[in-house]
Design a protein around this ligand. Sequence first.
Ligand code: PRP
Ligand code: MN
Ligand code: MG
Length: 181
Amino acid sequence: MHEDIAEVLVSAADIQKRVKEMGAAISRDYAGKDLLVVGILKGAIIFLADLVREITIPLQLDFMAVSSYGSGTSTSGAVRILKDLEVPVEDKHLLIVEDIIDTGLTLKYLLENLKARQPLSVKACTILDKPERRLVDVHVDYSGFCIPDYFVVGYGLDYAQKYRHLPDICVLKPEVYKRKK
Ligand code: PRP
Ligand code: MN
Ligand code: MG
């Protein structure tokens, strides 16, 4: 195990099992619908890559990158788009794919922004949810695991852009970070 990791919270094997279930549910729910999967860079990429390979219906993929304004110890709530979708969405059912819903501010912004483009529908999917940390009420349609308020990395999640490649979802040793969000 990586020296900065205190413990494995969700193992790669448990993730794989859950992602299969989520892919099956999405395949059922979107059968016959024109599905556009919207991956949110960068955290979602590992989950997205696994999830879409468990979806058995036709789909398209596109990406957005967003960033919270400001830095330091708290999320400001203001979000800006660093990279936008490349395809029109009016004739699509959108599924936002995130790695984690924490305060909910990023997802709230994405839902409002994408709904304003008048797609056929917009739903949200995440591998991790930390309900204790929520600052705004957002509905998550597909959620992999609800977790306590631990600082987690791996499976796409970073601390200071590191640890995204770890295959398990891991708790970082507290001495490694100063909590930023
Ligand atoms: C993280 C995570 C979600 C968001 C969740 O992204 O990947 O996108 O924060 O937090 P919230 O619910 O409090 O808004 P981050 O901004 O760290 O960018 P990254 O995906 O590139 O790591
Ligand atoms: Mn992110
Ligand atoms: Mg991050």
